[in-house]
Ligand binder design. Structure first.
Ligand code: FAD
Length: 436
């Protein structure tokens, strides 16, 4: 009998969003045997823009250099040459100074600058890298069961009645993860995300109209407009043709229906929510179409998952640490997860179910603190933008310091070093378990 190899282990990825697709690419690139099960009839992303911070860019390169190439092909930068290292210019969008402020209150920079992509365009590029026959569509995971007599395989049951088998289940199924509720029970508090009491209007505005209202500097480069109980972020997409506007509002009211995180609203609703803001910002909101999308911001901040893995089932990306979007780092953190997890699973010594269980327990140990910190920090920083954070308020110097401190913790990391370190931890753990 030949020695067991890492290719003999069958991995099932549940969910084909940014995390699931990236993980599938990273694992297949390392020669592992993977099937990706997606509930939808095809890959699809909802919403317009998503931006990536330097840690995410490092992680893309580790997962597969082609992911970074794909990102570079579709990314949009700030238009001005002088703003290439600017993440966002922050403006006081609240007080009326007789027109758009001439200067930002402060500027936050990083090594990638503003690095946004249109979600659908990025997804199209990722799909091109995924080997054919890896993804299976129309498969909504319903349950996972385990029969010890059958060679360590899990049986996955889908909503259409079909089944599949795998040695490990990697749940990339987003904020409402079925895998998370299978791991901890549908009644466990972490099974259901909670409302952050913020929602966001999303609109696309033709760039020439945005320039007419805001002027070129503000319209063509990424900006955050702060104010009491709300903030508006704007950045260009489609290589400068369109401005993406996301207007967040804080409310004490509950979200009416937690099964529907997105709904439609009227432009008048947005104008009412921003009635106290500076006139220039209201003029910008006037440019939105009369019918708008509105998104409730939910997260896993109140009831975090007690673990990211149990035995050979784990959760990754939003399934593990769905965060509010205020750091603009949720998807990037999912890509970081993929870099770490693929480094662990691709280790030559991981050749049996027992090895996989150890690899996933290392993943849980190293990723939980950082992923769950992001969720808490994102909530805090969203409140800073809206002058609601305790001890920070509308003191803009303090707001700036908070952003720099926390963005640094997200971006200024050595992802390759992280991956090397987890692999060393795995070796030590396998050796203690006499499995090396
Ligand atoms: C308004 C907003 C702005 C944001 N901006 C940014 C940003 O600028 N930068 C950033 O890094 N992040 C941002 N984020 C966060 C980012 O969007 C998410 O972190 C990221 O998209 C999560 O990807 P995912 O693949 O983990 O989950 P998802 O995108 O939710 O994908 C989950 C997939 O699993 C599938 N699925 C679900 N259940 C099942 C099942 N039972 N069986 C099979 N398939 C299933 C779904 O159909 C879906 O395809 C933002 C979020 C919001 C709401």
């Amino acid at each position: 009998m030949s020695a067991p190899k890492k290719q003999d282990i069958d991995y099932a990825i549940i969910g084909g969003g940014i995390t699931g697709l990236t993980l599938a690419i990273a694992l297949t690139h390392r020669g592992l045997t993977v099937k990706l099960y997606e509930q939808a009839p095809s890959f699809a992303e909802i919403g317009a823009g998503v931006s990536f911070s330097p840690n995410a860019v490092q992680a893309m390169k580790i997962c597969h250099p082609a992911i970074n190439d794909a990102f570079e092909r579709v990314r949009t930068r700030n238009i001005w040459e002088s703003k290439q290292d600017v993440w966002f210019d922050y403006y006081d969008g609240y007080h009326d100074t007789g027109g758009p402020p001439e200067k930002p209150a402060f500027t936050i920079r990083n090594s990638t600058g503003q690095a946004g992509v249109h979600r659908a365009h990025f997804l199209d590029e990722l799909i091109k890298i995924l080997p054919p026959d890896v993804a299976v569509f129309g498969k909504r995971l319903d349950s996972v069961s385990h029969d010890d007599r059958v060679d360590g395989l899990y049986t996955l049951k889908f909503a259409d009645g079909s089944t599949a088998a795998a040695h490990a289940v990697l749940g990339c199924d987003g904020i409402k993860s079925r895998v998370r509720s299978i791991l901890f029970g549908a009644d466990h508090p972490c099974a259901a995300p909670t409302y952050t009491h913020k929602y966001a209007y999303r609109a696309l505005v033709p760039m020439k109209d945005a320039i007419a209202v805001l002027g070129e500097e503000m319209a063509q480069n990424a900006c955050m407009h702060m104010g009491k109980g709300g903030h508006v972020l704007t950045f260009n997409i489609n290589h400068g043709q369109v401005m993406n506007v996301v207007a967040f509002h804080t409310t004490e009211k509950e979200w009416p229906d937690s099964t529907r995180l997105a709904t439609s609203a009227k432009r008048e609703d947005a104008l009412r929510d921003f009635a106290d803001f500076a006139p220039y910002l209201k003029k910008l909101l006037h440019l939105a179409k009369p019918e708008l999308d509105i998104w409730a911001i939910f997260h896993l901040g109140d009831n975090p998952a007690p673990a990211f893995a149990k035995d050979r089932v784990c959760i990754i990306g939003d399934a593990a640490h769905a965060s509010s979007p205020h750091h603009g780092a949720g998807a990037g953190m999912g890509i970081e997860d993929c870099a770490v997890l693929s480094s662990l699973l691709a280790e030559e010594s991981v050749v049996s179910s027992a090895h996989v269980a150890h690899a996933l327990s290392v993943f849980d140990r190293v990723r939980r603190e950082r992923g769950q910190w992001l969720v808490q920090s994102s909530q805090h920083i969203g409140n800073c933008y809206e002058w609601l954070a305790e001890g920070v308020g509308d003191d803009l110097e303090k707001v700036e310091a908070e952003i720099n401190l926390r963005n640094g913790m997200i971006a200024d990391v050595d992802v390759a070093g992280m991956c090397d370190d987890v692999v060393s931890q795995l070796h030590r753990q396998l050796s203690r378990a006499n499995l090396s």
